[in-house]
Design a protein around this ligand. Structure first.
Ligand code: GLN
Ligand code: ZN
Length: 769
């Protein structure tokens, strides 16, 4: 049985590419040095895949920044504003490329970057293609050819990977009115065909066209576009073997379309919809053709060891219907979304051998794929590799590290009352007004203050043992006190302690909860050179002791003003971690919610009157298919309410969400029933507020009045104007004044100046109404 891979991580096992990119942008290395670093990552990746015994190894899955941007350059869909950067010399292609990715600002030139958005339901972000009426396409970048030849020189005949033409169009945006982007297919296809012909002429046997668009809700026209595109491609390059790759979900109502596409192979994601497998095996069109089926049985998006027994069962079902020769084995999706190599985790104190034995990163997943291909043709029960695998699976299933009956029981015993505050919002609002005595347009910030090198150094020195716990805590307390004095002096109404003790809003809580593990090298690309190292939730989650009470009560004891308690919400903790695959996400979310609930109660007990539970990731958890939204939103909202509802009416619960569109989820946002929600709105000039107004959102809102992503200091007038705009749609008694998000990434001087102006704006508004 043929084994293949859909794509490999590309930042480098030591994040070499990230570092090279950042040095290149800073002007510290030149183009040749960057390209050399890139080539070396590619070569290592190919080598690793070859050594793992993968039959068909991908090329062009590599990217300096983003594979969708690569495609945009390949087909020459370069937005007008970058045309001044095109000068026909191939050594300038990089400047153009990074300008599109990151924007440029230099003498006489100031061009914004392309918009970025999430790649399906992953944490990877791509650059959104921009289309205009009569959009033209022409071959521009030959990256795919260059990388194919590069591998061939190393003796590897690769399977080049391209973002498929229909998915490419679906992911883009019309920048002008009067057309639908799918109508551009006819113009686009000749470019794809020209590339495919050249690959074929150069000896490529297989090409992989990624069409994950096939797992989305599609209308008739979009479905037909797939049929049309692949019929044309087939006609133009009949000799080239085409594999169409779908992933991240089940095919569902697109199954008959996918099954009928004239290609040589279809890849399906068995980990996220085994019903696609049974569907294809029952599809006469497919079964009676000679098309191959690629089974994505090894999850490309998590860090868990594959269960060979389960995978082999799928493979054998398929084998019975299609026969061995028509099957391929693969990861479910590109391995881009899992970290490089588990063997790099050598520190047993950080990742214990017991937990490590349950895990597999990209490199290990390659070995799983080739092992499965081999085992499927043999009497696997007796095979050593199979037996070892099953031992790990059994150990994990039964481990006392994972299963805590009291935690499971507590979730089981949650009842309807646990989700409800004592009284409805309007009553709470009155009680809170009496108790908290806040002015009109109360001002606050979102939580974090600038993380200076000094503060980072404190945490690092604690970890290294250079500072004792006592010394460290004293220093953090000094930071807190000085920030409190400073906030008081500015005249902020609800203060924060500044989150100086936190490295990251999820990691901090993970480190304080049981059931979480961490890695040293488990980096995954989020966008461009940015990588994240998500915690691993492996077991039932419990809170061994209070996590934030010490800091918050210290802060409150040191100020006469209100100081907010700061927590990260259950959905965000879940969403930004690698999660368990042995129980539903909802179950894990509820366990975290109960831990947060206890923290909320402890904060209240300790005299904290305002508590914020951040949930920036609620929207990004939305499933790919519309029909699955309600179910998700229901439990996500419930998890938040469970974490927040234990407090008395007079305790004010805030939540915060950034970079979100609220249009289609406003009812759920309202259902969170937070007393106050702060949101990011300044970049949209308060337009994001309209949906709250239309919905007649009842609770209090703090629409961000300034963009914290830039060092720019907004003027008082600007912020007054934004608030006046907000006042047109939201009643004054419900409005707060605050920045868009936390100030962690800013420097002190601009933060101080911006907040000073913000308070002046709040004061001026109070006078005018
Ligand atoms: N409280 C967090 C902070 O201020 C919120 C961060 C976020 O929304 N991403 O840093
Ligand atoms: Zn935010």
């Amino acid at each position: 049985m043929l084994s293949h891979n859909l794509g490999y991580p590309r930042v480098g096992s030591q994040r070499e590419l990230k570092k090279a990119n950042e040095q290149f942008w800073a002007g510290k290395i030149d183009r040749d040095a960057l390209l050399k670093a890139a080539r070396s990552v590619r070569h290592q990746n190919w080598e690793t895949q070859k050594n793992a015994g993968i039959d068909l190894i991908p090329s062009n899955d590599f990217s300096l920044y983003d594979q969708v941007l690569d495609t945009t350059l390949m087909v020459g869909a370069i937005p007008e504003r970058y045309h001044q950067l095109i000068d026909g010399k191939s050594n300038r292609e990089l400047d153009l490329y990074f300008a599109m990715a990151r924007g440029v600002q230099r003498e006489g030139i100031d061009i914004k970057a392309m918009e970025m958005t999430k790649w399906f339901d992953t944490n990877y972000h791509f650059l959104v293609p921009e289309f205009v009426v009569n959009q033209e396409f022409s071959r521009y970048s030959d990256k795919v050819i260059i990388e194919f030849e590069d591998a061939r020189q190393k003796g590897i005949l690769t399977k080049p990977v391209l973002v498929g033409p229909v998915t490419y169009l679906l992911l883009g945006k019309e920048k002008e009115k009067g057309f639908h982007r799918i109508d551009l297919l006819q113009n686009l296809l000749p470019v794809y065909i020209s590339i495919l012909k050249e690959l074929s002429a150069r000896g490529a046997a297989w090409v992989q066209l990624d069409e994950p668009g096939l797992v989305l809700d599609l209308n008739e026209k979009e479905k037909q576009a797939f049929q049309y595109a692949y019929t044309e491609i087939r006609k133009a390059v009949p000799e080239l073997k085409i594999l169409i790759a779908t992933y991240f979900g089940a095919l569902e109502d697109n199954l008959s379309v996918a099954a009928a596409l004239p290609a040589d192979a279809l890849h399906i994601d068995v980990t996220r919809g085994s019903e696609s497998l049974s569907g294809i095996l029952e599809n006469e069109d497919f079964v009676n053709s000679s098309r191959m089926l690629s089974l994505g049985v090894v999850d490309g998006r998590n860090i868990w060891k594959n269960d060979y027994r389960k995978s082999l069962a799928y493979i054998n079902v398929a084998k019975e219907v299609l026969g061995e020769n028509r099957l391929m084995i693969a990861p479910s999706s590109s391995l881009l979304h899992s970290p490089y190599d588990l063997e790099l985790e050598k520190n047993e104190e950080i990742l214990t051998p017991e937990i490590k034995d349950w895990m597999a990163f990209a490199k290990q997943k390659l070995h799983e794929v080739s092992a499965l291909a081999r085992l499927s043709g043999s009497d696997f029960q007796k095979d050593e590799a199979f037996k070892t695998n099953q031992k790990s699976i059994e150990n994990r299933k039964n481990s006392a590290l994972i299963h805590k009956p009291e935690v499971k029981n507590r979730v089981r015993n949650v009842n309807a009352n646990d989700f409800e505050r004592q009284s409805p919002f309007l009553i709470r609002q009155t009680v809170q007004q009496e108790k908290l005595k806040l002015p009109l347009f109360p001002s606050t910030t979102i939580g974090s203050f600038p993380q200076t090198n000094e503060v980072r150094q404190l945490r690092a020195n604690l970890k290294k043992g250079i500072l004792t716990v006592q010394e460290y805590e004293n220093r953090i307390k000094e930071e807190i006190v000085s920030s409190l004095r400073w906030q008081e002096e500015l005249g902020i109404d609800v203060l924060v302690h500044g989150e100086f003790e936190r490295n990251d809003m999820v990691e901090y809580f993970g480190e304080n909860l049981s059931g979480f593990a961490f890695t040293q090298n488990g980096w995954v690309q989020s966008y461009g050179s940015r990588c994240v190292k998500p915690p691993v939730i492996y077991g039932d989650v419990e809170r061994p002791q209070a996590m934030t009470v010490k800091w918050s009560s210290f802060a409150q004891a040191n100020s006469d003003k209100l100081v907010k308690g700061m927590l990260t919400g259950p959905v965000t903790i879940l969403q930004w971690s690698f999660v368990r695959d042995d129980q539903p996400r909802k179950e894990t979310a509820f366990q975290i919610a109960l831990a947060i609930r206890d923290e909320v109660s402890d904060l209240e007990q300790a005299g904290i009157k305002v508590i914020q539970i951040d949930e920036p990731a609620i929207r990004e958890g939305l499933p790919l298919r519309n029909k699955d939204w309600n179910n998700y939103l229901q439990w996500a909202v419930d998890a938040f309410r469970l974490s927040a509802a234990a407090v008395a009416d007079q305790t004010q619960i805030h939540t915060h969400m950034c970079y979100s569109e609220f249009n289609d989820i406003i009812a759920s946002i309202a259902a969170l029933d937070a007393d106050v929600i702060t949101i990011e709105t300044s970049r949209s000039q308060m337009e994001l507020l309209d949906v709250f107004a239309e919905f007649e959102y009842p609770n209090e809102i703090g629409p961000g009045v300034y963009d914290i992503h830039s060092p720019r200091v907004p003027t008082v007038e600007e912020m007054v104007q934004l608030m006046e705009k907000a006042l047109k749609v939201i009643p004054a008694r419900n409005l707060w004044v605050n920045p868009d998000c936390g100030l962690k990434t800013r420097k002190w001087p601009e933060t101080e100046a911006a907040l000073r102006n913000m308070i002046a704006a709040a004061n001026s508004l109070r006078k005018s109404v």
